[in-house]
Design a protein around this ligand. Structure first.
Ligand SMILES: *Cc1c(COP(=O)(O)O)cnc(C)c1O
Length: 404
């Protein structure tokens, strides 16, 4: 069996079936007093939830269970169905809270775990706004953040002190795609009583079931692959039983809420996540290999390519790759700008994970580990969409000519 066959084999463990069936329990898709039900949970627009009498109102307030009507800020069946579906995708998880963006999800998860006086370890390859939150808000709040080499693995132990409360991982890392040894880091963290959080946006639970690999709290920018159509902002935090209550309390205290329309669109996106990811994967790999052959490309940062930092770990732990990677164009920022401006099929814009291809200039900020590629040229990040690969390659080829 080839490597790629083995990977698609690993992925056949019923996740596509789960994507189709999850979040569609009878209670979410039927109306009381009627026979039959519909396929999709409808959009429940509601701020006020009504009780039969005062006694029921008091009992409901006291219990405040997940999945019971209470008040719009706690969601309604559309949001509960989405949260349940995301929990289903993550074996070992207790529950999921939804957030109005990926950034809101990361920040709330950190606040749920940290207290003033604690030390947070953060991978040096973390998403820019995660760094910004640590260096701004958390610092002001009395939490010290120390960045660590994304390739540290079990050596993370040297960075842990008595005050270390949490480790924020991201694998592969933003912009530079280093793959982290999550199981090794989690094993050390468990032994030392430190909570692990992972930004799993690139892989989703389909390509990397995080809790199975030892993570306590896994975070998605649903804006990207879950929604998949570049039309909704959304975040989620999925946690083990040990951590779920703290996440829930923090999310509710901070007043985070997702609209039922956005939850409905995310559920619609989720149904096709498996087929979309397979298509993003094969197209991105083809383009990454094509780029790697070119003389005007210094290197390609894609976890499935053997020379990407942490590739062996990707090979060991992941069920496949997605559609986001970067490459280093030989030449300076001027050439990079001409190259990107010359593209027609690739949009120029932030975010990723939608059906359309995107390109941006990338300038990673690092504290402890300078990106390996830093001196070889200028970095461009590509999101490969669902267009025909040949058209995308033609577009890139023309941009090499025009900018060269
Ligand atoms: C986009 C992104 C986020 C933030 O998600 P938003 O929904 O845009 O707030 C977090 N982490 C990673 C890795 C991202 O790419």
């Amino acid at each position: 069996m080839s490597d790629e066959d083995q990977k698609s084999d690993r992925r056949k463990t019923g996740t596509d079936t789960k994507l189709v069936t999850s979040g569609r329990a009878k209670k979410w898709v039927s109306a009381p007093g009627t026979k039959g039900h519909v396929v999709n949970p409808p959009v429940w627009r509601a701020s006020t939830h009504l009780y039969d009498n005062v006694a029921a109102l008091k009992a409901g307030t006291a219990r405040n269970d997940d999945g019971d009507f209470f008040y719009g800020r706690r969601g309604a069946p559309t949001q509960w169905a989405l949260a349940e579906a995301l929990t289903d995708l993550e074996p070992g998880a207790e529950g999921t809270m939804l957030f109005p963006s990926g950034v809101a999800a990361i920040h709330a998860a950190l606040l749920a775990v940290l207290s003033p006086g604690d030390v947070l370890l953060m991978t040096d390859s973390a998403y820019g706004p995660s760094r910004g939150f640590a260096e701004g808000f958390l610092k002001k709040w009395g939490v010290e953040t120390r960045f660590f080499d994304p390739l540290a693995g079990a050596d993370i132990e040297q960075a842990i002190c008595d005050k270390t409360r949490a480790i924020l991982l991201e694998s592969p890392g933003s912009l530079t795609f280093e793959v982290q040894d999550v199981p090794a880091i989690c094993a050390v963290a468990k032994r030392r009583g430190v909570t692990t959080l992972l930004d799993n946006t690139w892989a989703t639970p389909l390509l990397f079931p995080a809790i199975e690999h030892g993570i306590d709290i896994t975070i998605l920018a649903g804006t990207k692959y879950i929604v998949g159509h570049s039309d909704v902002m959304l975040g989620s935090v999925t946690a083990t039983a040990e951590h779920y209550r703290a996440i829930r309390t923090t999310a509710q205290t901070l007043g985070h809420v997702v609209s039922p329309d956005d939850a409905w669109l995310a559920l619609r996106g989720l149904r096709t996540l498996g087929v979309r990811l397979r298509s993003h994967e094969s197209a991105a790999l083809e383009i990454a290999r094509w780029l790697a052959e070119r003389d005007d490309v210094a290197t390609v940062l894609h976890p499935a390519l053997s020379y990407c930092p942490g590739h062996d770990i990707w090979e060991r732990d992941f069920n496949g790759s997605s559609g986001l990677f970067a490459f280093v164009l030989k030449g300076g920022p001027g050439r990079r700008e001409r190259f990107i401006d010359a593209l027609n099929l690739f949009g120029i814009g932030y975010s990723w994970g939608g059906f359309e291809s995107l390109a941006i200039p990338a300038d990673p900020v690092r504290t402890v580990r300078k990106a390996d590629c830093a001196d070889q040229g200028s970095l461009i990040r590509l999101q490969i969409g669902l267009e025909n690969v040949a058209d995308l390659i033609d577009d890139l080829g023309a941009a090499f000519k025009v900018s060269g």
